[in-house]
Design a protein. Structure first.
Length: 135
């Protein structure tokens, strides 16, 4: 009997990946807080995770490869359509939409969610290891 990591880990592996991608986007916003005309972006984590969960339940969409040198389409990085522009709460003179306090708050919230997902995955792996050892 083989172990299916997809069944054992569920959506938590993808959640961790999406949290890491969101951290990159939020860090980019914070880094560009003083850049004129920079537009802050963010991803709606719950809708992206729901779409991934939907994909897992209905099966993945796969493209036919006509040549062995073609790149597989499954597992590509986050598409730009998942990123949304943030609506600023206060207009700025230089048209920058980054609010540093909101970005830091979102980054911290995302970091806590990342740590929770990581802890959950860690406990799942410990459970799998103890099951393999017969403990």
């Amino acid at each position: 009997m083989s172990i299916s990591f997809d069944k054992a880990l569920g959506i938590h592996e993808k959640a961790l990946s999406f949290r890491a991608q969101r951290a990159e986007v939020l860090a980019n916003n914070i880094a560009n807080a003083d850049t004129p005309n920079y537009k802050a972006r963010d991803m709606d984590f719950s809708s992206v995770l729901a779409a991934e969960s939907d994909k897992q339940q209905k099966g993945r969409f796969a493209l036919d490869r006509t040549n062995s040198k073609h790149i597989e389409a499954e597992g590509l990085a986050m598409a730009d359509d998942t990123l949304q522009y943030r609506t600023p709460t206060q207009p700025s003179i230089d048209q920058n939409t980054v609010d540093a306090q909101i970005e830091q708050s979102n980054y911290t919230e995302n970091a806590v969610g990342f740590q929770a997902s990581f802890t959950l995955l860690n406990s799942k792996f410990k459970g799998l290891v103890s099951a393999l050892r017969g403990e």
